[in-house]
Design a protein around this ligand. Structure first.
Ligand SMILES: Nc1nc2c(ncn2[C@@H]2O[C@H](COP(=O)(O)OP(=O)(O)OP(=O)(O)O)[C@@H](O)[C@H]2O)c(=O)[nH]1
Ligand SMILES: [Mg+2]
Ligand SMILES: [Zn+2]
Length: 305
């Protein structure tokens, strides 16, 4: 029987079988020998043991897979940037867009908590300049939620979209606003540290059609928020591929004076020139150079795909 893993906890997997039935599965021991761990989002073959329990016997080849959030076969990564509470951290969102680009996933920018003011227009301009779709939303007032819903319907179609971002940026709250029937748990933001409380603890897929949203065919995933700590173990790609994961750099990369230009200050660097001319947003270049410094001395281990 075929299905898709929608949730995984402690070696137990919930698989949505074709037709919608949920089967609680263990994974065949052999995956461990092959170094393969089933991921939420995997398309799998299962063998039924009884009515609602089974064993995963095969994992279909993945289109892509992410370490954080831990998901497979994602088409769109909705990267959250809050207007405030917590304050927006461009480096976090730029790491997310870069991870998505590297894995062939389309990044979409969600500027959340519009009702709290802040620099939403500035944030929007930065990412529109890079060529990304940007949605400003407030889960509090409902502003912008209809446009996002249209995007899910018309662009995501029957694809899979994951919500990702720092803890407390409002991923689960927005998902509840879009799909109240999900009634996901949401948390607060610490007043003292302005950090989220890591309310969502595991990634889970929702086939929203099954919750009564019959005009939508998409699958959405809520995921646990990032903390800065996750990025100390940043191992998503090597420094050679880094510039290619900044979409707005692409027209300039081949124009640099030196082959093998790292765009970190070389003479005749077309990327730096584009930053100076305002064609590449400064915050994006800052994130690029910050990530470059973080990964430059790392060996290219665990390169994905
Ligand atoms: N003012 C305002 N507050 C919001 C909005 N969206 C979410 N919040 C609040 O932000 C806090 C965190 O929201 P969550 O939805 O739990 O955040 P999350 O991104 O899912 O966080 P994790 O699950 O920890 O990753 C809650 O107190 C929400 O009420 C919004 O649009 N406006
Ligand atoms: Mg959450
Ligand atoms: Zn260069």
């Amino acid at each position: 029987m075929k299905g898709r893993i929608v949730k995984g906890l402690g070696g137990l997997y919930e698989v949505r079988a074709q037709g919608g039935k949920r089967i609680n599965c263990t994974a065949r021991g052999v995956f461990r020998h092959e170094g393969l761990t089933p991921l939420v989002g995997d398309f799998v073959e299962i063998r039924l043991e009884n009515d609602d329990e089974g064993v995963i016997t095969d994992i279909s080849e993945r289109k892509n897979s992410l370490i954080r959030p831990p998901l497979a076969n994602i088409d769109y990564l909705f990267c959250f940037v809050p207007c405030a509470q917590p304050a927006p951290v461009f480096e976090t969102v730029d790491k997310l867009t870069a991870i998505a680009e590297h894995n062939g996933i389309e990044p979409v920018i969600v500027v959340s908590k519009l009702d709290l003011g802040g620099e939403s227009d500035k944030i929007r301009r930065i990412y529109e300049k890079c060529g990304y779709s940007v949605f400003g939303v407030s889960a509090e007032t409902g502003e912008g939620v209809d446009l996002l819903c249209e995007y899910l319907k018309n662009t995501v179609g029957d694809g899979t979209a994951a919500f990702a971002g720092a803890s407390g940026v409002g991923k689960s709250t927005l998902m509840n606003n879009l799909f109240p029937a999900l009634s996901l748990k949401t948390g607060g933001v610490s007043r003292k540290t302005e950090r989220g409380r890591h309310t969502t603890r595991h990634a889970e897929l929702y086939f929203v059609n099954e919750y009564g949203y019959s005009d939508l065919d998409c699958v959405v995933a809520d995921t646990p928020g990032f903390s800065m700590l996750d990025f100390l173990r940043f191992d998503f790609f090597d420094k050679e591929s880094l510039p290619y994961n900044f979409r707005e750099f692409l027209p300039y990369i081949s124009e640099c004076k030196y082959r093998g230009c790292t765009h970190m200050g070389e003479e005749g660097c077309a990327v730096l020139e584009a930053v100076e001319n305002g064609e590449i947003p400064e915050s994006r270049y800052d994130s690029f150079s910050q990530i470059y410094k973080e990964i430059k001395d790392k060996r290219p281990w665990n390169v994905k795909n």
